[in-house]
Ligand binder design. Structure first.
Ligand code: PXG
Length: 462
């Protein structure tokens, strides 16, 4: 191995290939192409080992809400590490950063949320919820209420319980999931439906599939419903406006706990502090991660509503659950510095009334491109659908991998976005300037043209 400071991009690629198993990766395919080595970042840009400057249209992995290179966050981590780099919150202990952050999060969220349980990630947050929900119903004297309803194509994490909550078929097929007591109903994906209903009718119908499932199982068996306000990893599925009010009605009517998974939508992404605020729901749990620290250190957690917290506290005794890094002091200090930036720079309002509408307007114009069947964006999270025919909205064949072709062209032209099948998704940092938004849109249009050239070739040569 060369000395670290002398390592070239290809040296890193070789070492990576030798030793590193990546998340969600086909390693044989990766080794043919080699990995892209990212060495530094600043603002909304990342830089690779070959010196390429790339606009990060994905905020890392939907998390770097305040952008890269924030000295204030880095200094907060260093100061906390000097003072108290680690201590736990078990055994009747706590420390100022975990307490202060819990109080801060309670103030930012809806009034029913006075308590926070910290975790290291969004997956751990959702595992925690599975256990808390079931514990709650046990304590309420309804131990049969253990089934959690989720949605197909949802993403709630990669640990066994979180992946079971998720509705990703390929994940379930690999490891004997879902675990018992988790069922899935249809997602509110209007573009992916046969489009025989109007979006509003479709939103109601998708919500009613939850009610149908409750009736099928019996409400006395159903503990909770979990959903991302907007499904992120599933392809930025923005539900019709009718969907969430109807879901709330259904949960209320059947006494079912509502879990709003805020791991992507939280911390300003939709132009409100939380997705539940945007859609007007009143959840009982909010798992969060990602944007709480803008990814500078790992941290997740669960906001727990009084309805549940009061029962756990008053009747529950010890809850046998917790992680070594629940409320890690440096991660909590980073979260507070991050939240202070979001507040001071009015980033939530900026997404609502400045950069959000600005990018949305330009994004909507992408619909004029011959390859684009639909565009959608709320706050700073959006998607467009690649189609073979604009008239019939017919899609390409899956094996043609047109989404991946487009994604690769985007990256080669200096813009990271993600492909979910033939849906291209985008979630840039909330600090994106108007000029950077213009760059994002120009590069996207250019790469749509390039993708069209490639797909024309594909069609000639079946
Ligand atoms: N809930 C939601 C809504 C998420 O998006 C998690 C939970 C799990 O969080 P952790 O911190 O355990 O990863 C997520 C994570 C992708 C992608 O490809 C998305 C996520 C993670 C990895 C990849 O879009 N979201």
């Amino acid at each position: 191995m060369a000395a670290i400071e002398k390592m070239s991009g290809s040296d890193w690629q070789e070492l990576d290939k030798e030793h590193h198993l990546h998340p969600f990766t086909d390693h044989k395919a990766l080794h043919k192409k080699k990995s892209r080595i990212i060495t530094r970042a600043d603002g909304v840009y990342i830089y690779d080992a070959d010196g390429n400057k790339i606009l990060d249209g994905m905020s890392g992995l939907w998390c770097v809400n305040v952008g890269y290179g924030r000295t204030e966050i880095i200094e907060a981590a260093a100061a906390q590490m000097k003072e108290l780099p680690y201590y736990n919150n078990f055994f009747q202990c706590a420390h100022p950063p975990s307490i202060e952050l819990a109080a801060m999060l309670s103030e930012l969220s809806q009034p029913q949320f006075k308590h926070v349980f910290f975790t290291g990630s969004g997956s751990e947050a959702n595992d925690t919820i599975v256990r808390m929900v079931r514990r709650y119903w046990d304590l309420m004297g309804q131990p049969d209420r253990h089934t959690i309803i989720s949605r197909k194509n949802a993403y709630h994490g990669s640990t066994v319980a979180a992946a079971s909550l998720g509705g990703m078929k390929p994940m379930h097929q690999q490891s004997g999931m879902p675990i018992p007591g988790i069922v899935h109903v249809d997602q509110p994906y209007w573009f992916g439906s046969d489009r025989s209903l109007s979006p509003d009718e479709f939103g109601i119908a998708a919500a009613r599939s939850i009610e149908d499932k409750i009736k099928e199982l019996g409400a006395d068996q159903v503990a909770a419903f979990i959903g991302e306000p907007i499904q992120g990893a599933g392809g930025v599925i923005i539900p019709p406006e009718t969907y969430w009010p109807e879901v709330q009605r259904i949960c209320d009517e059947h006494g079912i706990l509502l879990i709003s998974d805020e791991v992507i939508c939280g911390f300003g992404r939709l132009g409100e502090w939380f997705g539940a605020d945007f859609y007007g729901t009143k959840p009982d749990f909010m798992p969060f991660a990602k944007g709480v620290t803008s990814g500078y250190l790992p941290l997740g957690g669960v906001m727990v509503a009084d309805r549940v917290a009061d029962v756990l506290i008053d009747k529950g005794g010890e809850f046998f659950h917790g992680y070594t890094y629940s409320g890690h002091p440096a991660a909590c200090a980073v979260a507070m510095a991050n939240i202070n930036i979001i507040k001071r720079e009015n980033l939530v309002d900026r997404v609502k009334s400045d950069i959000g509408p600005y990018l949305q307007q330009g994004w909507a114009k992408l619909a004029e491109h011959p390859l684009v069947g639909e565009t959608r964006m709320v706050g700073l999270v959006g998607a467009f659908e690649l189609v073979r025919s604009k008239e019939t909205l017919e899609r390409f064949e899956e094996k043609q991998g047109v989404g991946t072709i487009c994604r690769d062209l985007l990256v080669d032209n200096g813009l990271v976005m993600r492909a979910v099948g033939d849906t291209i998704v985008c979630a840039p940092p909330l600090t994106l300037s108007h000029e950077e938004a213009d760059e994002l849109l120009e590069k996207t249009w250019k790469c749509l043209d390039l993708t069209q050239e490639v797909t024309a070739g594909l069609q000639e040569d079946p």
